[in-house]
Write a new protein. Structure first.
Length: 85
């Protein structure tokens, strides 16, 4: 079995309130080595058997049409990962 992973993040030019909240919590906890946190989404699409070009094309279409909001988010990556043993 293989997994197609889709990663979606807020557009760079938009404020990421969840990321800002996490950054503030880190600083309040004494963890100060980070200057920015951005929070996105990861989708895993599990495939029986080998991943084909058709699977990847469908995953890219889904990523753009269903899994992300093109107004505020970018699809950063669509890739194949091996399933954990």
């Amino acid at each position: 079995m293989a997994i197609i992973v889709v990663e979606v993040m807020p557009k760079r030019e938009l404020l990421d309130p969840a990321g800002k909240a996490v950054l503030g919590a880190l600083h309040r906890s004494g963890i100060t080595g980070f200057h920015e946190v951005r929070i996105g989404k990861r989708f895993e699409l599990h495939i029986e058997g080998a991943v084909t070009d058709a699977h990847l094309a469908d995953a890219r279409t889904m990523a753009n049409d269903l899994l992300s909001n093109g107004v505020i988010e970018d699809v950063l990556d669509v890739r194949v990962e091996d399933s954990p043993a």
